[in-house]
Design a binder for this molecule. Sequence first.
Ligand code: ZN
Length: 208
Amino acid sequence: MKALTKETQAAITPQKALELLKEGNERFLKSSQANRDLLGQVADTTTGQFPFATVLHCIDSRVSAELIFDQGVGDVFSIRIAGNFVNEDILGSMEFASKLAGTKLVLVLGHTSCGAVKGACDHAKMGNLTKLIEKLTPAVDAVSEPKDQNLRNSQNIDFVNEVAVTNVKLTIDRIRKESEILNEMEQNGEIIIAGGMYDVSNGKVTFL
Ligand SMILES: [Zn+2]
């Protein structure tokens, strides 16, 4: 399998980009990874990269976009931060990936049993992590059930996972609101901004 070129990248529509990730996750789930010569792809991409998707995901060691979507060298821009939220630097990275480097899809990928989300549910405080975790507080507050404060913590895994889904949705809202470039590209049909959840128990990505 060759790395993407300017021509093959241009031929991928936003909808097709979403399909490619879905198909990649299906291969991952069947352990039937595409036959890739990664070093060959290194050679293919020496003078340029033409990835088709940008994936914002957590630093969690179990959730690597290239592995779970069965992608090779030069296929995706991976933006990783604990709790997969956006700030202006991350929005800038997405704008580079979409507007200048030509990717057709921005995927915000949350995952189950996320440590950062658990920290936010517990309002944890520790060093620089405190500030990071506070970024996820809007998602915690946006989940209205359960009302009982004793059930709104990391011990309640259903609550944690609901907060993670909500965080993906709020992050997509923020991308649309805070990035004029990405919002316009989506309106023009040049990109899709989508969300997904990765299940650490079975490797499956559910698109929202
Ligand atoms: Zn995580």
